[in-house]
Design a protein around this ligand. Structure first.
Ligand code: UD1
Length: 335
């Protein structure tokens, strides 16, 4: 069985990807420091797959630790999820973001080269596009200046990986540019576990519906969109997880050096559409009011998904309804 190192494998997207790796016959090995995740996620993974993957607790910035993991596991490839991801926090603590997100990537790449680990899938983000000139946004769209240190770490990381692949022909990598991952595993055994007050829309919605938050504030309804609220491409986390497996298969089969691929549904939904769809699937009314715009928000962005379809043979299968239903089921399982 092909062994794949999954950094951040106990996290939100990482844990769902670990499940899909097992489902597709890979052997995932998790590295996680539990800074934004919980060891109990391993129980959820075991309930779904019947398997408990190997896990190493430690920090990807720790080169000696990473060398020990690679020496004992000798993985054929790596998926690098481990990173900080809160836009606002990155503005307040830029050095923490640069050190963690860039530093861990450097350690990982150096360790991969030292141990002849040749395949890498990297978690990038549609944030690299900034405010796109044309919609849907294709992989050929130019990057705009990053709005936040978080966004800049994704742009720089992509460049570091591209340069490293160019210099080391044995290394093959794909950066997946995620749009907005939401939802949870349909079994409700794993899902998103935000620490404190959620920054992202859907966990805030489900916590409000559960009575943990008094109301949702919709960040502005004066944008140039049909209902005035921002438009995003919301992708079910299980679809996103499957895209990682397809990317590994692509890297194993084709002669790839470095590539970037959008992972979205190709469809945009407004914030109010999310609110109303959530009310339909949950049968609850969601207390919400319109507030001011959130600084740094892009008016609208959704993905061109042709490249994912043609190169990976992948496309999203779940709808917004499915994703919100699964997010709600997961929230209810926490009570
Ligand atoms: C952003 C980044 C994404 C990054 C993510 C990390 C862009 C286009 N996207 O996603 O790459 O990975 O942050 O956190 O830069 N909203 C409300 N009320 C709330 C929360 C959110 O109205 O309480 C609205 C936002 O204004 C936005 C939408 O919901 O229009 C989605 O917001 P969020 O879930 O935070 O994701 P993005 O900001 O799109």
């Amino acid at each position: 069985m092909t062994k794949i190192l999954v950094t951040g494998g106990a996290g939100y997207i990482g844990s769902h990807t670990v499940v899909e790796l097992v489902n597709h016959g890979y052997e995932p090995v998790i590295v996680d420091n539990f800074s934004n995740s919980s060891p109990s996620v391993l129980d959820g993974i075991a309930k779904i797959t019947g398997k408990r993957p190997a896990i190493y607790e430690g920090d990807c910035n720790d080169a000696a630790f990473m060398a020990r993991v690679f020496a004992s596991e000798r993985p054929a490839g790596a998926i690098h999820f481990a990173a900080y991801k809160a836009v606002g926090e990155s503005v307040a603590k830029p050095l923490m973001y640069y050190e963690n997100n860039i530093g861990s990537l450097l350690v990982l790449l150096k360790t991969m080269l030292a141990f002849e680990c040749h395949l890498l899938v990297f978690s990038s983000s549609c944030t690299v596009y900034g405010t796109p000139d044309k919609l849907p946004v294709t992989e050929a769209s130019p990057m705009q200046e990053a709005e936040s240190p978080y966004g800049y770490t994704k742009q720089v990381s992509e460049r570091i990986i591209a340069d490293t692949c160019r210099a080391h022909p044995g290394l093959a990598a794909v950066a997946l540019r995620y749009f907005n991952p939401i939802g949870a595993h349909p079994s409700a055994h794993i899902g998103e576990l935000p620490l404190g007050v959620p920054n992202n829309l859907v966990p805030f919605v489900t916590q409000t519906a559960a009575g943990i938050r008094p109301e949702l504030v919709v960040f502005g309804n004066d944008y140039n969109t049909p209902d005035g609220t921002n438009i995003r491409d919301y992708i079910h986390v299980v679809d996103l997880a499957v895209a990682h497996v397809k990317t590994l298969q692509y890297l194993q089969k084709e002669d790839v050096s470095y590539d970037v691929i959008n992972v979205g549904t190709g469809r945009g939904h407004s914030v109010l559409e999310v609110v109303h769809t959530f009310e339909q699937v949950s049968g609850r009314s969601l207390p919400h009011r319109i507030g001011p715009r959130r600084p740094g928000d892009v008016e609208q962005v959704y993905a061109a998904v042709d490249k994912a379809r043609t190169t990976l043979g992948w496309q999203a299968r779940y709808s917004l309804e499915d994703a919100l239903r699964d997010a709600w089921r997961w929230q209810q399982s926490l009570e």
